[in-house]
Design a protein around this ligand. Sequence first.
Ligand code: SF4
Ligand code: SF4
Length: 507
Amino acid sequence: MADFDTPELKEYLSIPAIEPGAMEGLAPFVAKPPHQEPLGYPGELVDNWEEKAIEKMGDMLKKYRGFQVFLDSCVKCGACTDKCHYFLGTSDPKNMPVARQDLLRSVYRRYFTFAGKFFPKLVGARDMTREVLDEWYSYFHQCSQCRRCSVFCPYGIDTAEISMAAREIMDSIGQGQKYCNEIITKVFSIGNNLGLPEPALRDTLEDLEEEIYEDTGVRVRLPLDEKGADILLITPSADFFAEPHIDGLMGYAKVFHEAGVSWTISSYASEAANFGMFIGSYENSQRIAMRVREAALDLGVKRIVHGECGHAWRVAYSFWNTYAGPWDFLDPNYPVPQHICEFTWDLIQQGKLKFDKSENDHRVVTFHDSCNVARATRMGDKPGGQFEIPRNVIKAVCNNYVEMDPDTIKDATFCCGGGGGLLTDDLMEIRVKGAMPRMQALHDVVEEQGVTNMAAICAICKSQFSKVLPYYKMPMDMIVSVHQLVSDALILTGQNDGDEASGEQDS
Ligand code: SF4
Ligand code: SF4
């Protein structure tokens, strides 16, 4: 199956003895000109790249104050060293967050500090060389930008920001990552990460309408490009295609149907994901976000609801205002944007949804907090809403719910191992090894409490777990969408109670 060993799951999560160089050289494919140039980057490594990289770093230090503060303030206390899932899963000391930062900090010191310019060896400063560039390319693509380390750093140093900055510098000299940049190119040319054109998207949505009708006897619509709809749904394109994502999409459609609201998907902004954030590019991230604004204006919607996607919720919740605001053309009575879990929970609280929880009785469910939702956003109007609201929704539709080890959930959650632009087959080894701490916690509740399913609200987590669960001898279909659980328990008005569709119920 693979040319690497899957880490062994032990009785408890231990800190490994270091193995220098264990992951040296592991790197994703480099982007070619057709995927560099549309993003505004050189097609390939420019001749004077050393000079250009330092120039770019200088520009970013002036522009992003936090970047310089992070580079200057580390006191080497070591609190972050054992907090990264990639270190725990690989034993490579360069996957310790502080060591990952130092790959860039050493170059910063050489060119931008007095001591580094005149006494480089004394302060661990390094010249920008090919060896350094290769090391950056490798280890800054072994960071999923999950921000777990920053929770434990007494100074709040965010390694994710340093990793994003390193990728932006590399893109600017022509050394971009194929996976991320190819995807962003597809969003610009077609509208979504999958490259799914409008006719294929329309067919898919019609097929799903038929599937829901066959299952329930109720005509639930999944509308596309309907001008004048109240709500625009922005969701990851994996929801149109992949398992278990698509079951979640059917869940959103059923909830909208029962709420009696008019809604639509846009073929122009048919993607919630924003890989511009992963490559640290303000400009590309903004270009993707602007598509949502243009679609909302074009369709004349009053609200925007966001589907289950982790990093995309961070971009929407934290950055849409600066990228694409003001959103003053939307209805001020609703949050902009609103998460689908907030939307559903609100209806549940108002008693507007009816459930048969026993439909989920064959499951014992746990919840995986996705990094970007947990550590970079909120939901609702109370602190911690991003932890409580998805759990409240699950508990409203399932009788059997258990938590994983408290050290591995909420703001201490472990990354799935595939975030931050790492969800590509050329990085399978780091994905499998980095998933180990989450797999360990999951395996514990499977053994001790009979957990059968883990729910998530992130498209990347769902795809990553589907792929890595079998490496840890757990079935790939253990991972489910939160709105898949909602969908299975929701009783639609007029729904038939048998296997056969009993007649048409127009919405
Ligand atoms: S942001 Fe996450 S992946 Fe990156 S170094 Fe920190 S803990 Fe590791
Ligand atoms: S926890 Fe913060 S200050 Fe301490 S070594 Fe890590 S990055 Fe530096």
